[in-house]
Ligand binder design. Sequence first.
Ligand code: XMP
Length: 616
Amino acid sequence: MALVVFDFGGQYAHLIANRVRRCKAYSEIVSNDISLEELRQKNPTGIIFSGGPHSVFEENSPQVDPQILEMGIPILGICYGHQLIAKILGGIVQSGDIHEFGKSNFSPIFSEKKHTIFKGLPSFSPMWMSHGDHVTVLPEGFQISGTTPDCTVASMEHSQKQIFGVQFHPEVTHSEYGMTILKNFVELCEQESEWSLENFIEEEIQKIQKKCFEKKVFLLVSGGVDSSVCFALLKKALGKERVFGCLIDHGLLRKNEAQEVKKMLAEAGFEGLHIEEAQDIFLSRLEGVFDPETKRKIIGDTFLDVQNVVSERLSLNPEEWILAQGTIYPDTIESGSTKHSSQIKTHHNRVPKISKMIAEGKIIEPISELYKDEVRIVGRILGLPENLITRHPFPGPGLGVRILCANAPNFLPNAQKIEKSILHDEENTEIICTKILPIKSVGVQGDGRSYRHPCVLQMNSTEEHKKYSEEEKWKHLISLATQIPNKFPVLNRVLFVLKGNLSDISFQAFSEITKDRIHVLQKADAVVRDICLKNGDITKNIWQFPVILVPVGTNGTESIILRPIESENAMTANVPDLPFSFLEKMAQEILDVCEGKISHIFYDLTSKPPGTIEWE
Ligand code: XMP
């Protein structure tokens, strides 16, 4: 018996299965082309159709056997899955002018029937969206069961057949009552099992022992919670003598990071961490490279090459050693490693060479099915210290994906028209200037990768402006950050100016990562880290605080972008409304410490989606 999740390539298909398991129901992911017969053999108690990056009316978009909808068990379609149900059963799906990325205010229409999946929801609640297409005509027998301001059929249901569709994503943590909806649906499916993270640890230890047999493990360590939890699990399964931890310093770490990690890990009981100094090889391979994906692949491949060098130098016989990584599930899905999923960005632990080694059974990844929030719980169960568990995540390619490189400006053709339109909509408010920057960054829109322009807003800072309260200003900025990419999907980020003037900014050619640029970013990043540490009360909800260096500025200088986010598992994120005085102080200190190398400082207002957390 299983609650079956159909994977249409959505970023959150695996997350759906994971959340169903958290409702204590056993769930299994299947490919959309499973036959009716194969499906019947699984004895499904219910079905969930995931989202996906395609349009249902695209040729070759993933479909299902229509008879599956006649099986008489509860079915829930999410995003693409919702649209597919509508299309198969005779409804109409169309591409709309307004797209929705990020937060939307959902209002359910409660039915008289006892079993509605919206039981326990308030009249309005935030739900996370990521779509361009909409259901415009319902299939026969269906009713609209909820709406948002921009989406009339935000949800639909055929209560007699127990078939439900939701345009939003109940599985992501930012959809506040999403888990309630999934629990209600699981309840309808009448299926229970006993999945828990404690059981997961026991089972994983057995798997590690079986897979390694008598081999020893070479673990790549970063000092983040994922690789540390992996370290702890391996140690528990094999004993500390059989686990060799190695941190590769690629020269793109934060200021003093390698030594701090060594000390912190030793305090947590992981002594003897080997630090491999490999700055030169990484930086020389990155010379003249500015495409983000190329950078990511070079960094991922170089990790593997350096690991081989270390193994050879230490005469580690490949017959006696196996490689381990602390990969977690978002790394896999974002790298486009499932059948219909889009590649958002190649994580350093998912470059093609590594995927090949995994297929050949040459790598173990004990926590690759988990999300960050679960990894943290596992860490606590295993008794790791809290300072390690709550560390902010830091990407494997490090500052390499936080230093944008470009040798020519990348102008958006109709930029001025869009800028004018944004300002026109903003008449009589506090935004006095907008500018679309001639650079691009990575985003995730409608389950697919986007590589698009950021738009910057400059607020009025005159005396008159003071009539708006800080709360009003934030509300307005955050709502603009949602509306602008929804209305102009050629933009995937919205920033506002903390320091500098928009009229003074232009593209500056910085075509590669240099030691000088790394140094500038390390200094700015250290200021942010330091101020955050000293102001724990203000920053306590921040999950991660990337600081990015971008090649726009005035006369040979660059700009810094502050990108704090709140999240639980990095699959979705929103932006905190930090006090302006706090940000002002942080921005001024960055300008001071960077000694004339930085002209502008911006604050990134973009949720995920449409932006990703990192810029590249
Ligand atoms: P994005 O930018 O995709 O990031 O929203 C999601 C989370 O993953 C981190 N990240 C990485 N972590 N290797 C990693 O181990 C990588 O290549 C990588 N790229 C992004 C990112 O910092 C965020 O926490």
